[in-house]
Ligand binder design. Structure first.
Ligand SMILES: *Cc1c(COP(=O)(O)O)cnc(C)c1O
Length: 371
């Protein structure tokens, strides 16, 4: 295979882009603010271990995953950085302690059960993170639980509160600024009250990527970024400053020349109104390109030209219209990435960068560049 050429559908992961995005986000916060890199869901569909290793090398203070088993995969790979588990379940508590993962404790049931396990496993000052709900209404204690939680934790030797945190519901939407500011104020009040009752001061954090960009005054002691590290900022101006880490590329398997009134693909969903040149590409809905991208909704780039997906997306293939594009079998096609935004691709199916990035299945080869 010649240098830089791909031989099959490949998600290229560019670590120089990751470093650029990290430096950009860091430039938006104070030098002493801690940085947590969110690497859940295979680092937003890329390559969790590679991204975590690079973030560790760049000196981030924390990593976060959604579930305990994601954290265990990082420990298996030798990652030493503290790992916050955002959504632990009681069945994970043994694993969490055995693998030195730090749970978010978000409900009375979770708190009581984790305390029990920490006690049974003879822990001392095991680091935990207390999550408060300030309006997202997803996970977290409510403000009315502050006294209860502080009381439960005050003299417990088994665990120690490393941080208190919350999550914004609409940090990217400036029309929701009053709501976000209200969440931030609620968090300030809760964390001050909680800290006082607890008798010591854990770190505080509430900003995700768009929070860092829109509410830097609320960075407290740490920020948590996911999507921005991967090159997307929920805003075109920000996107222009960031560099997509993941580029999904494929190659033309076969070219067909079809006449007028022929159909392409399952259910004969595309009918040619004029003679067409079509290219079949080796990726489909099993690779993460859902059926909602078919029938002209989204396109790929071949030699810099747009080739729309025609007909229905198959499990393992899509067909694109390459009429008028000088291309042949074996040529490369770019689905999204550097020079073709995943945010725009996702918008063609009324969704967001987060969804298309995390949808790219484990069947797709990962290739790391810019090491
Ligand atoms: C996923 C997640 C983040 C990261 O959000 P981005 O918008 O990707 O920066 C931060 N905090 C929590 C609690 C999350 O679940």
């Amino acid at each position: 295979m010649p240098m830089g050429k791909i031989g099959e559908t490949t998600l290229q992961i560019d670590l120089t882009a990751l470093e650029h995005n990290y430096n950009y986000l860091r430039s938006k916060i104070a030098p002493n603010t801690k940085f947590l890199a969110v690497v859940k869901a295979f680092a937003y569909g890329s390559d969790m271990v590679t991204i975590a290793q690079k973030m560790e090398q760049l000196g981030v203070d924390y990593l976060a995953v959604a579930y305990a088993k994601e954290g265990s995969l990082l420990r298996d790979a030798g990652i030493k950085t503290p790992i916050l588990v955002l959504h632990p379940l009681p069945s994970n508590f043994d694993e969490i302690i055995d693998r030195c993962l730090e749970p978010s404790l978000y409900s009375k049931k979770i708190l009581a059960e984790f305390l029990e396990v920490a006690k049974a496993k003879h822990q001392k000052a095991y680091p935990v993170h207390i999550k408060f709900n300030t309006g997202l209404n997803r996970l977290g204690f409510n403000e009315s639980d502050v006294d209860f939680v502080a009381e439960q934790l005050k003299d417990k030797k088994e665990i120690k509160v490393a941080s208190v945190f919350s999550h914004l519901a609409a940090s990217e939407d400036l029309e929701e600024k009053p709501f976000s500011l209200n969440q931030i104020n609620t968090f300030k009040r809760i964390s001050a009250n909680f800290t006082e009752k607890l008798g010591y001061a854990p770190m505080r954090h509430t900003l995700n990527t768009s929070g860092i960009l829109n509410y830097p005054e609320a960075q407290f002691e740490m920020v948590r970024s996911g999507i921005g590290l991967y090159g997307y900022g929920n805003n075109a101006t920000i996107d222009a400053q960031l560099r997509p880490v993941a580029s999904l590329k494929t190659i033309i398997s076969q070219i067909h020349h079809i006449g007028v009134n022929e159909t392409v693909g399952y259910n004969r969903a595309f009918t040619s109104e004029s003679p067409r040149k079509t290219a079949t590409l080796p990726l489909g809905h099993a690779d993460g390109i859902g059926r909602q991208y078919g029938n002209g909704k989204a396109s790929v780039l071949i030699h810099g030209k747009k080739a729309p997906i025609i007909g229905n997306v198959c499990m393992d293939m899509i067909m694109v219209d390459v009429t008028g594009i000088d291309c042949e079998e074996g040529d490369e096609a770019l689905v999204f990435g550097q020079k073709k935004s995943a945010e725009n691709f996702a918008a063609r199916a009324n969704t967001i960068s987060y969804e298309i990035l995390t949808a790219i299945s484990q069947r797709v080869k990962r290739e790391v560049i810019g090491k």
